[in-house]
Design a protein around this ligand. Sequence first.
Ligand code: EPU
Length: 350
Amino acid sequence: MKSKTISHTKSYMNTFENYSLLNNNTFGIDVQANYFIEYDSVEELQQLLRSDLLRENKMFHIGGGSNLLFINDYQGVILHSRIKGIEAVEGTRTKVVLRAGAGVVWDDFVAFCAGKNYGGVENMSGIPGEVGASPVQNIGAYGVEAKDVIVKVECVRVSNGEECVFTAEQCKFGYRDSIFKRDWKGQYIVTAVYFQLTKNGVPNVNYGSLSEEIKQYPEVTISNVRNAVLAIRKRKLPEPKVLGNAGSFFLNPVVSAKKFEEMRAKWPDMPYFNAGGKQYKVPAGWMIEQCGWKGKSVGNVAVHGNQALVLINKGGANGLDIINLSDSIRQSVRDKFGIDLVPEVNIVFG
Ligand code: EPU
């Protein structure tokens, strides 16, 4: 790995050439990027976007690399934000709005909120990644999604470096989805996110496994919900530093009422969630388990033994090894349930 400085950017903004991305993707895939650059402020990002390097090369922005699968070396520039800071920008007796920099580690933000007894994000404790990805991916867990607390998002427009602010409504949030993944894909870089949290609010512990886990605590406080969520995650999800993974590999499919009733008639014990309207979400992890994949290894990749929605790199796997396993799983689920699973993980071909 070689470090150099781009001539027309400040000296503290380093660019690394032929940079190994091994420590920048939680799947632990050993690929390289032609360039890797980290910036600390909106101004630095704007300078970068004007630089020849960025004009002449394709670019991909990463966060914590926790929802990515690299297939090949990346023939371009990988950007990463180090914009930090959490500040209260508005407050009333019952609510507070916090502005967090895109480069803040997501769980540091959740821990900060829990420490202040601000409610709203505690169910999303332990999600790997950074604040900047939270609106893009509309991250979520245990009955709460980022969209429930995001009020606005500050961005920089890639084409001209202009600063923009978008309301939650403009972000068009959906299940693990937003306008940043669709119509505006690649057009904006998130630099800060505003979250509205409650003071003395009542935590939401309705999600099945959380409602059980929280019974072990004397009270339903924000800190206890955080600890309960961290305990469930620890049991079910592998630690990326030990076993490379990117959390849920597939989305939970949303099916029509008709399809749902057909499935329930055949598999009465099938778990499900109401997805609003006449639609139902069927856990992909359950289907994968029903197909016999849970805990199965194929070479150096495997399906996690405690949560079949998680694919793991047992060491030394490459992106195609994971894709091959994913294809075999998709085929089994198609054959048994007539459902096509869609990867949740962002696959980057380089
Ligand atoms: N299930 C099985 N077998 C499995 C896995 C799950 O039968 O191997 C069943 C469970 O028993 C339960 C249901 O499926 O009845 C749901 O399981 P779980 O609560 O573990 O959640 P999930 O639907 O598999 C989703 C998110 C997770 C999030 C959890 C908790 C997606 C794609 N995944 O998983 O998010 O942590 O709910 O809210 O929506 C992620 O996005 O990376 C992620 C980990």
